[in-house]
Design a protein around this ligand. Structure first.
Ligand SMILES: Cc1ncc(COP(=O)(O)O)c(C=O)c1O
Length: 441
């Protein structure tokens, strides 16, 4: 078993000066210890103890081109020589906005920001200003960033109880320090349940500014929308004058160049994108109907941010989109084929080891879980998974040279090829064999 001594020592050092020892709370959950990275390239990462891993964490999603992509790196270095940020307008902003309106079907106009959380904040503000209403419908198991007005506790099994709270008009805060009233405008509903959505939207239409949804529930099980579900949300929101927001912070540039809405052929009013858009450089955007986005133009909605549209962000996004869109965006087919082979391989390994589990895959992202079911389609079903078994598996995978996120979500990049898939399946085989044999994780 790997010792991870250097990572453990550094965590103790870090805790003395960095609150919690990690820079984002989620990272603390990695077992047997939060890893410290030394360097990374392509699909592989080396930690400070000298172990190398095939990386499926991919920095929690952004690294669609893998680590330190040479062309992206060159373009960033070249841009840096001309200045990082001006606090003035520059041609890169126009170029990126034009490119986004070309590749995202829902984008008539865009606004640039720095993180997914900020993009969601802006989208909600636009929706409220546009409709003159205040309530926001969101769903169990979805995550829309950590701002006070939308953050419920991160997907956890107690979310079903919160449905009761939502019906009673008050959703409890997700963290200490968040006002008890932060979420009073939130209506929390079960996802993939068209009747629940229709009931609430019709009953409370005059109060509801927006419905926000991940088009694929990547944050809880990579659950796909039931056939017709997103279409139903589109139909209802159009009829009732409610803004439909697709939170594509994960799915944007991941499920296709046009995100999930491009892949599914559905037009939301607004989309939020981040993560893969900048391949690891902080950049995000809200894109959507000009009529709504123009609330910024006529100054009815403030959109602020010192580093919005900085040259590094626009260069990263433009280069990433250029690389992804080459050759008719054929890279998406290759990434998907590798993801399918991996997901199918894991399913058959689970079976050959006599283990019950589900792998939900779409495009180059999938969720693997241990659960006594043949399929998982709802958040309630997802909540039955054995999370601690998976976290043990993830620790064994580390030991076998594969870095996976402790919650079960795997991302692939353009740099994951046949060799990585083959090595990974061999590692899964060995890790599953060790799962219940008493070999320490
Ligand atoms: C769907 C979704 N929306 C918003 C966010 C927040 O993005 P960020 O972490 O860049 O603030 C995330 C982050 O994981 C996300 O998955």
């Amino acid at each position: 078993m790997n010792a991870y001594e250097q990572s453990k020592t550094r965590l103790e050092e870090s805790k003395k000066v960095l609150a919690g020892g990690v820079a984002s709370s989620l990272r603390a959950s990695m077992q047997p210890t939060p890893l410290f990275a030394a360097e990374a390239s392509g699909a592989r990462l080396r930690d400070v103890d000298g172990h190398t891993y095939i990386d499926y964490l991919l920095a929690y999603g952004p690294l669609i081109l893998g680590h330190a992509h040479p062309e992206l790196t060159d373009r960033l270095q070249e841009a840096m020589r001309r200045g990082y940020t001006y606090g003035l307008q520059h041609d890169g902003e126009i170029a990126l906005a034009e490119r986004l309106t070309e590749v995202l079907p829902a984008a008539e106009k865009v606004a640039l920001s720095g993180s997914g959380t900020e993009a969601v904040m802006l989208a909600l503000r636009l929706a409220r200003a546009y409709t003159g209403r205040t309530k926001i419908v969101r769903f169990h198991g979805h995550y829309h960033g950590w701002s006070d007005s939308i953050y419920t506790s991160f997907p956890s099994s107690d979310m079903r109880q919160k449905e009761v709270a939502a019906d009673a008009g008050k959703v409890p805060p997700g963290t200490g320090g968040q006002s008890e009233n932060s979420l009073e405008d939130i209506l929390l509903l079960p996802w993939n349940d068209p009747e629940a959505a229709e009931r609430t939207l019709r009953e409370r239409a005059s109060e509801i500014a927006a419905v926000i949804t991940e088009p694929v529930m990547c944050n809880s099980g990579c659950l796909q929308p039931l056939p017709g579900y997103l279409e139903k949300l589109r139909e209802l929101t159009s009829e009732l004058g409610i803004v439909l927001i697709f939170d594509e912070v994960i799915t944007g540039f991941r499920l296709s160049l046009g995100g999930a809405h491009g892949r599914f052929g559905i037009q939301p009013d607004l989309v939020t994108i981040g993560k893969a858009m900048g391949c690891g450089i902080g950049v995000s955007a809200v894109a959507g109907r000009a009529e709504i986005m123009d609330l910024i133009a006529d100054e009815r909605v403030s959109h602020l941010g010192t580093l919005n549209g900085n040259c590094i962000a626009t260069t990263a996004a433009l280069a990433t989109i250029d690389i992804l869109s080459r050759d008719n965006a054929s890279v998406y087919g290759r990434m998907e084929a590798n993801a399918v082979r991996l997901a199918e391989g894991i399913r058959s390994l689970l079976q050959s080891h006599g283990l019950r589990g589900v792998v939900n895959q779409i495009g180059p992202v999938f969720h693997m879980m241990f659960i006594d079911r043949d399929a998982v389609a709802t958040f309630a079903e997802f909540s039955e998974r054995d999370g601690s078994a998976y976290s043990r598996f993830a620790a064994l995978m580390l030991d076998e040279g594969v870095l996976v996120r402790p919650n079960g979500l795997w991302y692939l990049s353009t740099e994951h090829g046949d060799q990585e898939v083959n090595e990974t399946l061999q590692a899964v085989d060995r890790a599953l064999a060790r799962m219940w044999t008493g070999t320490p994780a």
